[in-house]
Design a protein around this ligand. Structure first.
Ligand SMILES: [Zn+2]
Length: 154
């Protein structure tokens, strides 16, 4: 999923195979987290509550597809002007989740379609992975989440 300023439930769209890829990741015993910059909140475009509504819908969609829900969400609601410590590419949100849930960084991945996602992973000590959009050669790249999930299957 990637929508700039996704704030309405009816705008949620999944790429083909995304839910199947999440299913494969769960079969491989990964726990799934969402780490998201929501600067639209800080800019006053929409409320934090509308972000929660979206996240609740994601959880419902996962359950509808017989998946386990996301284990947790980390949200940076700040705008870049706020100069907060959490906004990706900072690794803070990922580090906090790992600490809270006793996650091993060496066995974790941060997957995204923006370079800041992969950088946030790197900054948190986990492997950054890019999907859908290639940005240089610094991070492993897969054309979609399913290709990444399959690459982990031994
Ligand atoms: Zn922040």
């Amino acid at each position: 999923m990637d929508k700039n300023y996704l704030s309405r439930v009816e705008d949620i769209e999944y790429f083909p195979d995304t839910l199947k890829a999440l299913e494969l990741l769960q079969t491989l015993e990964f726990e799934l987290f969402v780490v998201t910059n929501q600067s639209g909140v800080g800019r006053g475009y929409f409320s934090l509550e509308s972000v929660y509504v979206i996240h609740r819908q994601l959880q419902n969609d996962l359950r509808t597809h017989q998946l386990l829900p996301f284990k947790d969400f980390a949200i940076c609601p700040h705008s870049p002007d706020d100069e907060c410590v959490c906004r990706k590419p900072s690794g803070k949100m990922i580090q906090d989740l790992m600490e809270k849930h006793k996650i091993t960084p060496e066995q974790s991945f941060m997957i995204g379609d923006k370079i800041i996602d992969a950088e946030a992973g790197l900054n948190a000590g986990v492997q950054g992975v890019l999907v859908r959009k290639k940005h240089g050669d610094h991070f492993p790249f897969f054309k979609n989440l399913m290709d990444f999930a399959r690459s982990l299957k031994k």
